[in-house]
Design a protein. Structure first.
Length: 90
Protein backbone atom coordinates (compact mmCIF):
# COMPACT_ATOMS: atom_id res chain seq x y z
CA UNK A 1 0.00 0.00 0.00
CA UNK A 2 1.18 3.49 -0.79
CA UNK A 3 -0.43 5.39 2.08
CA UNK A 4 -2.89 7.89 0.62
CA UNK A 5 -4.54 9.86 3.39
CA UNK A 6 -7.51 12.22 3.67
CA UNK A 7 -5.27 15.31 3.57
CA UNK A 8 -3.88 14.27 0.17
CA UNK A 9 -7.38 13.64 -1.18
CA UNK A 10 -8.55 17.02 0.10
CA UNK A 11 -5.49 18.68 -1.49
CA UNK A 12 -6.23 17.04 -4.85
CA UNK A 13 -9.89 18.03 -4.57
CA UNK A 14 -8.87 21.63 -3.83
CA UNK A 15 -6.59 21.69 -6.89
CA UNK A 16 -9.48 20.39 -8.99
CA UNK A 17 -11.83 22.89 -7.31
CA UNK A 18 -14.14 20.09 -6.14
CA UNK A 19 -15.97 20.22 -2.83
CA UNK A 20 -16.10 16.81 -1.16
CA UNK A 21 -18.12 15.67 1.83
CA UNK A 22 -16.27 13.73 4.55
CA UNK A 23 -17.78 10.44 3.35
CA UNK A 24 -16.61 11.16 -0.20
CA UNK A 25 -13.08 11.91 1.04
CA UNK A 26 -12.94 8.52 2.77
CA UNK A 27 -14.30 6.79 -0.33
CA UNK A 28 -11.66 8.46 -2.51
CA UNK A 29 -8.90 7.48 -0.06
CA UNK A 30 -9.87 3.85 -0.62
CA UNK A 31 -10.23 4.29 -4.39
CA UNK A 32 -6.85 6.02 -4.74
CA UNK A 33 -5.26 3.24 -2.66
CA UNK A 34 -6.72 0.65 -5.05
CA UNK A 35 -5.57 2.56 -8.13
CA UNK A 36 -2.05 3.03 -6.78
CA UNK A 37 -1.88 -0.66 -5.84
CA UNK A 38 -2.62 -1.50 -9.47
CA UNK A 39 0.21 0.82 -10.57
CA UNK A 40 2.56 -1.02 -8.20
CA UNK A 41 1.52 -4.31 -9.81
CA UNK A 42 2.24 -2.85 -13.25
CA UNK A 43 5.65 -1.66 -12.07
CA UNK A 44 6.45 -5.26 -11.11
CA UNK A 45 5.92 -6.50 -14.69
CA UNK A 46 9.28 -6.94 -16.42
CA UNK A 47 9.91 -4.70 -19.40
CA UNK A 48 10.29 -6.19 -22.86
CA UNK A 49 12.99 -4.51 -24.94
CA UNK A 50 11.61 -2.63 -27.94
CA UNK A 51 13.85 -4.58 -30.30
CA UNK A 52 12.86 -8.00 -28.92
CA UNK A 53 12.16 -10.70 -31.48
CA UNK A 54 8.54 -11.74 -31.62
CA UNK A 55 6.69 -14.63 -33.20
CA UNK A 56 3.92 -12.41 -34.53
CA UNK A 57 2.86 -13.61 -37.94
CA UNK A 58 1.26 -11.03 -40.16
CA UNK A 59 -0.56 -11.70 -43.38
CA UNK A 60 0.67 -10.23 -46.61
CA UNK A 61 -1.00 -7.02 -47.72
CA UNK A 62 -3.26 -7.62 -50.68
CA UNK A 63 -4.43 -4.88 -52.98
CA UNK A 64 -8.10 -5.20 -53.84
CA UNK A 65 -10.37 -3.08 -55.98
CA UNK A 66 -12.31 -0.49 -53.96
CA UNK A 67 -16.07 -0.26 -54.12
CA UNK A 68 -17.49 1.79 -56.92
CA UNK A 69 -19.18 4.96 -55.73
CA UNK A 70 -22.58 3.60 -56.70
CA UNK A 71 -21.95 0.40 -54.69
CA UNK A 72 -20.83 2.37 -51.63
CA UNK A 73 -23.94 4.54 -51.74
CA UNK A 74 -26.36 1.71 -52.63
CA UNK A 75 -27.68 1.17 -49.07
CA UNK A 76 -27.48 4.79 -47.90
CA UNK A 77 -30.83 6.19 -46.76
CA UNK A 78 -30.08 9.49 -48.52
CA UNK A 79 -27.48 10.70 -50.99
CA UNK A 80 -26.84 13.98 -52.71
CA UNK A 81 -24.50 14.66 -55.64
CA UNK A 82 -22.71 11.33 -55.15
CA UNK A 83 -22.16 11.73 -51.38
CA UNK A 84 -23.80 10.39 -48.24
CA UNK A 85 -26.35 12.87 -46.92
CA UNK A 86 -26.89 13.24 -43.20
CA UNK A 87 -28.90 15.44 -40.92
CA UNK A 88 -27.87 19.09 -40.65
CA UNK A 89 -25.47 19.95 -37.86
CA UNK A 90 -26.20 23.06 -35.85
Amino acid sequence: MTGVDAAEVEHIAALARIDLEDAEVERFVAEFETILDYFEQLDAVPEVPADAETDTVLREDTVIEPLAQSEALANAPETEDGFFKGPPVS
